[in-house]
Design a protein around this ligand. Sequence first.
Ligand code: ZN
Length: 89
Amino acid sequence: MTECPQCGTNNEDDVKNCSKCRINMYWAFQHFDELAAIRKANELTIAPASPTFLVETSQKVDKGPTAGWLHNTIKKFGFKDAGKKVSTI
Ligand SMILES: [Zn+2]
């Protein structure tokens, strides 16, 4: 299980997006601290709720035609390193 950097939800290790807030887990592990600092500097909520339409659209991707490939790729490489390794195949 992997804890979402933005909302703290525990997710399976092969997810692309957090099951609750839907942030991209690969991106979040690289950049969420930077995003949180920008939000804080601008007196914004550090971890705001995701808009409903974004949550619903993102959940559809999890059930879409690329879901199997996506989960296998993340299992193979791990989402924390997926961007770098996948792009070199
Ligand atoms: Zn989350």
